[in-house]
Design a protein around this ligand. Sequence first.
Ligand SMILES: C[S@@+](CC[C@H](N)C(=O)[O-])C[C@H]1O[C@@H](n2cnc3c(N)ncnc32)[C@H](O)[C@@H]1O
Length: 336
Amino acid sequence: MSDELPSPKKRRPFWRKRVRRSTAPGSHTPVLLAEVLAALNPQPGHVIADCTLGFAGHATELLRRIAPDGLLIATDLDAANLEPAREKLDAIGGLFTLHHANFAGLPALLASEGVQQVDGVLADLGMSSMQVDDQHRGFSFMRDGPLDMRMDRSRGRTAAEWLQVLTHEELTTCFRDWGDEPHAEAIAAAIVRQRAVQPIERTQQLRALIESAAPVRIDRTPGAPPERKQRLAPVARVFQALRILTNRELANLQHLLRLLPTILKPGGVAAIISFHSGEDRLVKAAFRAGLRSGVYATISDTPIRPTFAERTANPRARSAKLRWACRALEETSGTM
Ligand SMILES: C[S@@+](CC[C@H](N)C(=O)[O-])C[C@H]1O[C@@H](n2cnc3c(N)ncnc32)[C@H](O)[C@@H]1O
């Protein structure tokens, strides 16, 4: 046996570790699952609303715990998610109903099921791994595809259409406010110039435009994050902003936050996972206001983050933040 130690040069630096970027069928991992279950504490007989069904990662575990006589009511804007999710939930048994609907319309949807209030509400915001991995949906800047980005493909403007109609100022505001992009104005100007010549309809067209408009500083000091990541940053931020705009994500979340006190039973819990600072700010503000007014008895004081192990195993969990709020049994008059 050789006692030669492996040469350090041959070892891959930690950031170059091969990470699976696309989701293999059936291998979807729900984010912060243990933490969501701890917050919602689902029990047999409970009625739970999963606002963002996706690939039923959380829904499967919720249904398992509330079966046999509990009821899971789940919604998703993306009709393509419903059938794969139904197959997974059928395998668990128990009672569930799935709806192709916006969670902003939850009260009407609950009423259609004969339900007024629920024991738990989960919203795991943003896009699902199936949406990112399908290049024909236009969510990913990694591969070429049509700039669609709609979660609900049955209605609304596509991202390409938004790029055609917004003014320079509106594009700048979108990239700055929802993408935190420092070069928002330059990128918006490049879009306005380009669309006068030819519409921007493909993901790679937009990516090339952003890369040419946003000068990128590459930090070469030892220990600095990988250069590639820095090169991608403006592209990632603009794509995120455009997705938030296309799907009215912040407006939908604000609507849900306003509804929660009316659709939660006394003692019921809402758990919200966000991936963007703008979303987290809205959730934090709404939960704190509810605590002050006495609508909520307790809320998570700080956001719950994925463990190091989860972040390493599932890179998509990296920016996730979970907050929860428990509705008061009796509302006291608060200080709002
Ligand atoms: C992060 S994924 C959810 C993943 C899911 N928790 C799981 O474990 O499989 C978010 C999902 O929410 C859906 N979605 C986003 N906004 C929505 C809204 N306003 N109403 C209903 N569904 C929405 C998206 O289409 C997407 O499928």
